[in-house]
Design a binder for this molecule. Structure first.
Ligand code: HEM
Length: 488
């Protein structure tokens, strides 16, 4: 067909541009990744990963983590595999040390900071969202020792929280024992434990949540937290729920300030960050990140731990033997609680076997590039290890699929130190979980309080298989147990 006069210049340009464009696409998406990229010799998880991210994007649809698929791919191909032309996964401790630990580890990808944006603050510096540069390091210093183990075990605030909240938790169980033959679904109370303790430590008890007193208020709160964190119900709901959470977070931070003017003093975390000059949206955003980061883990861990104890009565009674009988002692002598070997073993084994966040912990190769397992990895390449893969390494954990707390009670120090090396439930290095020592104590308090007073067995554990998501919570979000008072 003849081209209209006047369009001939355009046509000529198109005749030149089209093949050039095609050449560019051919070079970028075929020639470079297959024949020139430094990553070209790394084995691929799927043949298409050499030229496209379609396979891994598909496996990760809806925030799935594909840990099983990646584990199988590592078993087939070794400790480093390509997931796309610009992304690799590693499964060895040698690579993990380099990526996460040595010299502060590699930075998080920039999209991470944008995802954790609250109050319109792009969290380039915040603990959870920060990219991993100097800004993040300064923010980390601003936290001081507020979450450190030495602070938490000797904190009067944590002791007071234990004395107030553990009786609330036991009251929920007591009321079921009195009225409904002791049958209770523990998923919601477990969520309430995590968020009541965490929000009180952050904002102060009056401004934190009180879900152990009113579980139905917790249902509403967690619906919004899940809509945002787990992106339930689609992007519109996630946006609305984030707005709702921001409103709640601001009210809590302001409430905490008001308490302080009544000379009751600010709560530990808000006090620490305010003293370093954080204020307004920056402060509200940092604090809300902590609550959201801390809301999910404990309900997953406590639910799986109660499930395992309910299925293993002999371990349950061995645990009970070492627990103080009295709630006041559990809450006030935190150092003693923290040194109980069986309590430590059941908790760590649960977090190994039912890793709450088992998927990829994303990082980026530094600008100058790096070398992993003798392959050069160019700067900007996305690198990750999946925590669930570490925890099921057969060379480290015998029969990894078995929940066996005794593996942590071995006298073989070499074995123990190797297992500790491979225990990554809180990640490691400069980006390790900020709240880990705090929440470990909280979970120990809750388990000690329950099992010093009650025996449990399973009534209904349908739906305990883990969701394939950022959080591996039981798909049924429910665990029905029968509670019986321990006979004196
Ligand atoms: C069982 C409970 C918890 C688990 C399993 C858990 C797990 C994790 C993991 C795996 C990371 C590292 C992510 C990465 O390397 O990319 C992390 C980071 C973080 N967690 Fe936790 N967490 C828990 C509870 C908490 C609590 C209670 C808080 C706050 C009070 C908290 C605050 C944070 C923060 C602020 C970060 C970001 C640290 C940084 O990037 O520098 N977490 N957590």
């Amino acid at each position: 067909m003849a081209l209209p006069i006047g369009d001939s210049g355009l046509a000529k340009a198109a005749v030149i541009a089209l093949p050039l464009g095609l050449l560019y696409v051919f070079y970028t998406y075929i020639v470079y990744p297959l024949f020139l990229s430094p990553l070209r010799n790394i084995p691929t998880a799927h043949w298409s990963c050499a030229v496209s991210s379609i396979w891994i994007d598909y496996q990760r649809r809806g925030f799935a983590q594909a840990v099983e698929l990646l584990r199988a791919a590592h078993e087939r191909h070794g400790p480093i595999i390509r997931l796309s032309p610009y992304e690799v996964s590693v499964s060895s401790m040698e690579a993990a040390k380099k990526v996460y630990i040595e010299r502060g580890g590699y930075p998080k990808p920039k999209w991470w900071a944008a995802f954790f944006s609250t109050y319109g603050v792009i969290n380039g510096s915040s603990m959870i969202g920060g990219h991993g540069d100097k800004m993040h390091a300064v923010r980390k210093r601003d936290h001081g020792n507020v979450y450190s183990k030495s602070t938490v075990v000797s904190s009067d605030e944590v002791k007071t929280l234990g004395k107030e909240l553990l009786p609330d938790l036991l009251a929920i169980i007591d009321s079921k024992v009195a009225k409904e033959e002791g049958v209770l679904d523990m998923f919601k109370p477990n969520g309430a434990v995590g968020v009541d303790f965490t929000s009180a430590y952050i904002y102060g008890r009056p401004s934190g949540t009180h879900f152990l007193r009113d579980l139905s208020a917790g249902v509403h709160w967690f619906r919004h937290a899940d809509n945002w964190f787990k992106q339930r119900g689609g992007p519109t709901e996630a946006k609305e729920s984030l707005k709702w959470m921001e409103g709640w977070g601001l009210r809590s931070a302001n409430g905490s300030e008001k308490e302080a003017t009544l000379e009751k003093g600010l709560a530990p975390v808000q006090r620490q960050l305010s003293s370093r000059g954080l204020a307004g949206k920056d402060l509200a955003s940092e604090l809300l990140d902590h609550v959201l980061a801390g809301a999910e883990g404990p309900r997953v861990v406590l639910t799986y731990l109660e499930w395992e104890l309910s299925r293993n009565p002999s371990i349950q009674s061995r645990l009970r033997k070492e627990l103080p009988r009295d709630i006041d002692t559990i809450a006030s002598d935190i150092k003693a609680l923290d040194s109980l070997p069986m309590l430590e073993a059941v908790l760590v084994e649960t977090m190994r076997c039912h890793t709450p966040f088992p998927g990829a912990m994303y990082r980026e190769a530094p600008a100058e590039g790096t070398t992993l397992h003798d392959y050069f990895i160019p700067g900007g390449t996305q690198i990750s290890a999946s925590l669930g893969i570490f925890h099921y390494n057969r060379d480290v954990f015998e029969k990894p699929e078995e929940w066996n707390p005794d593996r942590w009670l071995t006298g073989d120090q070499e074995k123990l130190s190797m297992m500790r090396n491979w225990f990554w439930a809180f990640s490691k290095g400069s980006r390790t979980c900020t709240g880990k020592d705090f929440i470990l104590i909280v979970m120990k308090m809750a388990i000690a309080a329950i099992y010093s007073q009650y025996c449990t067995r399973v009534v209904d554990d349908s739906g305990m298989e883990p969701e394939d998501h950022v959080s591996a919570a039981p798909v049924g979000e429910s665990l029905v147990l029968k509670f019986e008072r321990v006979q004196e």
